[in-house]
Every structure is written in structure tokens, then in C-alpha cells.
Design a protein around this ligand. Structure first.
Ligand code: IPD
Length: 275
């Protein structure tokens, strides 16, 4: 939709490209590194600068919209859902991860992105994930398909887990989540072709949309990790649910995202791993 001078998508692309290019110039030269909720949950001044840049640009174009950004929320496993709850009346809500993959960014491992989504009355209508290291921009608009480099994305064709390359991740509340992560790996790894854990949920989701991975799962994530990626996958023909198979919504923390055909098999393997 066109509001004022620019479309939502044009503003989101502009924000992601500007922030992404700036982040790339700062790789290896951040000055302040802080632990948030745990020693596994990092933040630098570059995360904060990126979020400020994106927020200011969005607010210039859409001053009456609401904004939920990772760095504007108190750290902690449930804080994002509390923040979301306070914004449930918002007509338009932008959901932003200014650097998804901060640990990678800190270590110079080039697998981090800017993730920007827009929800209208709780439904995600726009998702943009920008990978500055490869200059790849993934975009989806509700009902209009998903694209990378201007080419339509389609999920992979694999029909079973044994022929699938999958990805997972280890959430920020590591310590608490690790026993379940290990059980899930033990259940899925012997069945899958192989598993990656590259440290950016949003980029893993974009790769599922692009058919480079057949599936991704991770426990304990936040709306800003998942919102944009979920629309990319749905618009590429894939399926995104919670661990119990419930359709994706902004409050989902435990996500299973696949090309579709392998979804039920992966859900079953994860269920067998227990809770
Ligand atoms: C992190 C990444 C990572 C996931 C963590 C997230 P952040 O996001 O998505 O893949 O394993 O749980 O916190 O903190 O780098 O934006």
C-alpha cells in the first residue's frame, strides 16, 4: 500500500540497506560489548545505532505507527512477549532486529542480518531480511510472493528429512535451553542429511524461503527474530508453526519452519525429543 510519498516496502528496503551497509563498515571495530540477559546474549553500540537509524527513518515516514525493536526492550526470556502485549492495539507495528546474529558480528563471522517486518492488526504484511555481507535482500509482501535479487523464491522440493539440509540454533538463555537442544539434535541429526547452526534465526529462515535449507527449528526466540522470516517462508510456499503445530503468530517463541513436505516428520522427531 502507498501511504504518503513512499510504500511500506520502499521504506523497509531503504532502512535495511542503510543500516546493513553501516553495520558492515563497523565489522571488527565495535567499541562497547555488553552482556544482556546472559553471557550468551550480546549487544554492542552498533546494534543500538542500527536500531536508532531504522526507527528514525520509519518514524519520519509513518509517525503514527508503533515500533518494537530488540534494543528497546528489557533483556530477558519473556520481555518481548510483554512488550508485544502492550502493543496489541497498534494498527501498524514495525518489528525490528537491528542485527540478528550479534554474536557472529562480534566475532567477525559474516552471517548476520537486519530484519524488518510490518504487522497490520497483528498480521505480518511485509518482511525484509538484508544480509550485508553478501548484499542479498530478501523481501515478501503478503499475497505478493517473496523475492531475492528480484527473483521469485520457492522452497526446496525435498520430501523427507533424510534428504534435507536443516538448521537450528542455540538461544540466548543457553544454559536453561541446552538440555532440550541436545535431545532435539539427538532425535533429528541421525535422520537428516545434515544440520547447520550458523547463528542468525532470520537468515536461516530466509534460506528456507530460498530453498537453500529445507527446514529450521529453534526454541526460545523473539518476535524480531522471526516475524520477517515467517512471511518470507509462507510466501515461498513453506510452512511455519510452533512446536505443537500451531500456525505461526507473533507470540510464537519455539519455531519450526520448513518447505512444507517435511514439516510433520520434523515436528514428530522434535516431539519425540520431549520438552
Ligand atoms: C539471535 C540469533 C540467533 C539465535 C539467538 C538470537 P540476536 O539474535 O537469532 O540465531 O540463536 O537466540 O538471540 O540476539 O543476535 O539478534
Amino acid at each position: 500500500p502507498i501511504v504518503g510519498r513512499k510504500s511500506f516496502a520502499a521504506v523497509a528496503i531503504n532502512c535495511a540497506a542503510k543500516a546493513g551497509e553501516w553495520i558492515k563498515t563497523k565489522l571488527g571495530s565495535y567499541v562497547s560489548l555488553n552482556m544482556k540477559f546472559s553471557q550468551h546474549d550480546l549487544v554492542t553500540e552498533i546494534d543500538k545505532g542500527s536500531e536508532t537509524m531504522i526507527r528514525n527513518l520509519i518514524m519520519t515516514h509513518f509517525p503514527d505507527h508503533s515500533f518494537l525493536g530488540e534494543e528497546g526492550v528489557e533483556p530477558g526470556p519473556n520481555a518481548s512477549l510483554e512488550a508485544l502485549d502492550n502493543m496489541k492495539e497498534a494498527e501498524y507495528l514495525w518489528i525490528v532486529d537491528p542485527i540478528d546474529g550479534t554474536t557472529n558480528f562480534v566475532h567477525g563471522f559474516p552471517f548476520f542480518v537486519v530484519s524488518i517486518a510490518l504487522a497490520h492488526k497483528g498480521e505480518i504484511i511485509l518482511g525484509v531480511v538484508y544480509d550485508p555481507s553478501r548484499d542479498e535482500l530478501f523481501i515478501a509482501e503478503k499475497g505478493k510472493g517473496a523475492y531475492v535479487h528480484g527473483r521469485r523464491m520457492r522452497v526446496s522440493q525435498e520430501k523427507a528429512v533424510h534428504e534435507s539440509l536443516l538448521a537450528t540454533g542455540f538461544p540466548a538463555d543457553h544454559q536453561q535451553a541446552l538440555p532440550l537442544n541436545m535431545k532435539q539434535l539427538q532425535s533429528v541429526a541421525p535422520k537428516a542429511r545434515n544440520i547447520r547452526a550458523s547463528g542468525s534465526a532470520a537468515l536461516h529462515m530466509a534460506y528456507v524461503a530460498a530453498g537453500r535449507l529445507s527446514g529450521f527449528w529453534e526454541m526460545g526466540l523473539h518476535p524480531w527474530d522471526l516475524a520477517a522470516g515467517s512471511l518470507l517462508i509462507q510466501e515461498s510456499g513453506g510452512r511455519v508453526t510452533g512446536l505443537n503445530g500451531e500456525a505461526y503468530h507473533l507470540g510464537i517463541k519455539d519455531v519450526v519452519a520448513t518447505s512444507g513436505d517435511i514439516h510433520d516428520e520434523l515436528l514428530k522427531l522434535l516431539k519425540e525429543a520431549g520438552k
